[in-house]
Design a protein around this ligand. Structure first.
Ligand code: GYE
Length: 336
């Protein structure tokens, strides 16, 4: 038997086993009628335990609203908790959802690593898990059913490509970039850094001269930018991993007597209303969109997973980019 044939047979067996496992899981997790003592889902509604990262940014606020509104619209009973950007709080919340025997757990992991133990507990309890917005870094992909969210490497790449295009054909004078990173260890911070670095490698005159975390918050962005303005002899560009940090950086730049968007160019990610307003005013130069309105897709996936249907392992969201005039045109319709 050729290697190819045996590999195909193996894959076929795996697929058959997966279908069977899904069917069995579906039997095991069908909504249970109200048990004496009030088990979750007693009224027949699908019960979702959702552990949110926190309320660190405009993006996060819009994401929370989307999840809550979509749950209500889809008839899903949502148990929601805010982890205030702390992994230990998310682990506690997930454990409590397991104890409450919810039908499904969804969460947006604040950092990528350190989830295996608690996700194994969920698996042993037969409670499916959906990752939303941020990924986990684990070799065991059986710990979750699907991952819904953006491709953060692509976002970083778009930011870097825009910058490269700005200096195309210009004299090879050095371009000094300072980077405001998201939360250390978070998927969007790791991936946005990586995508940007790869893209700017196309022009050796552009380099990141300083890079530090601002924790995805406005105050973090402001503080780090103040320090950069003191320590760096020349800053041409700020690359902020989200709008909130860019808005904090604008405050620091203005306080230092410089003009954001002119003396120092600013690129960020998210495209929330406040960021788009600053872009429209010329204080930010370019924003890569990251869509926070994941609620409807999340509820849809949750229902499918609960019904034992196959769902794709990765569900990507569609996103665009904005320059100043595009931001001005898009602002009146902007929902978040
Ligand atoms: O870009 C940032 C938020 O995980 C995509 O988290 C999300 C990021 C978003 O704090 O504003």
């Amino acid at each position: 038997m050729s290697t190819l044939t045996s590999r195909r047979m193996l894959l076929g067996r795996i697929a058959a086993a997966a279908v069977l496992a899904t069917a069995l899981a579906a039997c095991g997790s069908a909504p249970t009628p109200a048990a004496p003592g009030g088990a979750a889902g007693g009224d027949g509604k699908l019960v979702m335990g959702f552990s949110q990262v926190g309320a660190e940014s405009g993006w996060r606020t819009a994401n929370t609203k989307s999840v809550q509104e979509s749950a209500a619209a889809a008839g899903v009973e949502l148990k929601f908790s805010d982890a205030q950007q702390k992994q230990e709080n998310q682990i506690k919340a997930i454990r409590s959802y397991i104890q409450q025997k919810v039908d499904i757990i969804a969460f947006s992991p604040v950092v990528e690593t350190g989830w295996d133990a608690v996700l194994q507990e969920a698996k042993r309890a037969n409670i499916p898990v959906i990752l939303t917005d941020r990924a986990v870094d684990s070799p065991d992909t059986s710990l979750y059913k699907t991952f819904l969210g953006s491709d953060f490497v692509v976002e970083g790449t778009k930011a870097g490509e825009w910058l490269v295009a700005q200096y195309q054909g210009a004299a090879a004078a050095p371009v000094a970039v300072v980077e405001l990173q998201g939360t250390t260890g978070a998927a969007p911070a790791i991936d946005r850094k990586e995508g940007f670095a790869k893209a700017i490698a196309a022009n050796p005159s552009i380099s990141v001269v300083a890079s530090q975390t601002g924790d995805f918050t406005r105050s973090g962005g402001k503080q780090v930018m103040e320090a950069f303005l003191k320590s760096q002899p020349k800053i041409d560009v700020v690359y902020a991993h989200n709008d909130d940090m860019a808005l904090g950086a604008i405050e620091a730049i203005e306080a230092a007597g410089k003009v954001p968007g002119k003396d120092i160019k600013i690129i960020s990610v998210d495209a929330v209303k406040d960021g788009m307003t600053a872009l429209s005013q010329g204080k930010i130069n370019f924003i890569v969109e990251c869509n926070p309105l994941l609620g409807p897709q999340l509820m849809d996936l949750a229902k499918k997973v609960h019904a034992g249907e196959q769902v794709p392992a990765r569900v990507l969201t569609e996103e665009t980019t904005f320059d100043q005039s595009q931001a001005t045109a898009a602002l009146p319709e902007r929902k978040y």
